[in-house]
Design a binder for this molecule. Structure first.
Ligand SMILES: Cc1cc2nc3c(=O)[nH]c(=O)nc-3n(C[C@H](O)[C@H](O)[C@H](O)COP(=O)(O)OP(=O)(O)OC[C@H]3O[C@@H](n4cnc5c(N)ncnc54)[C@H](O)[C@@H]3O)c2cc1C
Length: 203
C-alpha cells in the first residue's frame, strides 16, 4: 500500500474509516482497481476474484471467499425536477443555505428558507437525499426530528396569513404527532401546480 492511498480514499470515505483501514495490518488496499470476474468453487460458493488495475499491470486473480460491494448512492430524485425542487449536480436535494441565488429566484423567494426546506415553500428534505447531509443513520434521525419544528413553523406561518399555498383557507390545527396532510393532489406537489410556489410570499 503506497502512502498516498489513504488520502485517495478520503475523497470518498469518512476520515475515521480511512484511519481504521490504514491502521489494520491485514487489510491491503487496491485503489483504482476494477473487479473483472468472480469464480465459484464446485459448491457454487465464491472461490476466486479477479480484478484489473486501472493504472495498468494486467489482471490479477486471488483466492477470495467474500465480496462486499459499495458502489455509491443514487438519490433517485429525477421526478423532483418536474416540481422545480432544486437539486445539486449529483441529484441530491438542496435546502436552506445550500440553495443558490438562482434556485431562490426561480421560485420567487427573497430570503433563505429554513435549513431543511427546499426552494419550493412547504417542501422539505431530510436524510441521505438531502444535499450535504452526513449520510448516517443518526444524521437522518436527527434531521427527521428537527424538520418537525420547521414544518410547524411553516404551517403556523400559513395560518397567520389565513391561507394555504393554493389560496384556500387553512383549516387544520397542528399538534406534535399529528399526521401531516398538506392537502396535496395525488401525484403532485405545490411546486407542480400552476402558480404553486409563486402564490406564497417569501417569508
Ligand atoms: C451499505 C451501507 C452501510 C451503511 N452503514 C452505515 C453505518 O454503519 N452507520 C450509519 O450511521 N449509516 C450507515 N449507512 C447509511 C445509512 O443507511 C443512511 O444514512 C440512512 O439509512 C439514511 O436514512 P434515510 O431515511 O435518509 O434514507 P433511506 O434509509 O435510504 O430511506 C429512504 C427510503 O425512501 C424510499 N424511497 C425512495 N424513493 C421513494 C419514492 N419516490 N417514493 C417513496 N419512497 C421512496 C426508499 O425505498 C427507502 O426506503 C449505510 C448505508 C449503506 C448503503
Amino acid at each position: 500500500m503506497s502512502s498516498d492511498e489513504p488520502d485517495f480514499l478520503s475523497e470518498s470515505m469518512s476520515r475515521y474509516l480511512v484511519d481504521r483501514i490504514a491502521a489494520t495490518p491485514n487489510i491491503q488496499i487496491h485503489t483504482r482497481a476494477e473487479l473483472s470476474g468472480l469464480e465459484p468453487n464446485g459448491d457454487g460458493d465464491l472461490a476466486f476474484a479477479r480484478w484489473k488495475e486501472r493504472d495498468g499491470g494486467g489482471e490479477q486473480r486471488h483466492e477470495v471467499g467474500h465480496v462486499f460491494l459499495f458502489v455509491g448512492a443514487d438519490p433517485v430524485t429525477d421526478w423532483l425536477r418536474n416540481c422545480d425542487v432544486a437539486l445539486d449536480a449529483k441529484g441530491f436535494v438542496r435546502t436552506g443555505p445550500d440553495l443558490s441565488r438562482d434556485d431562490l429566484a426561480r421560485s420567487g423567494r427573497r430570503t433563505i428558507p429554513a435549513s431543511l426546506e427546499t426552494n419550493v415553500p412547504g417542501v422539505f428534505a431530510v436524510g441521505d437525499v438531502r444535499s450535504g447531509s452526513v449520510k448516517r443513520v443518526g444524521g437522518a434521525i436527527g434531521e427527521g426530528a428537527a424538520v418537525v419544528a420547521q414544518l410547524h413553523a411553516y404551517l403556523a406561518d400559513l395560518e397567520d396569513r389565513g391561507q394555504t399555498a393554493s389560496g384556500q383557507r387553512a383549516t387544520a390545527t397542528w399538534q406534535a404527532g399529528d399526521a401531516i396532510d398538506l392537502q396535496r393532489e395525488p401525484g403532485s406537489c405545490r411546486g407542480c401546480r400552476s402558480g404553486g410556489p409563486r402564490d406564497v410570499e417569501p417569508r
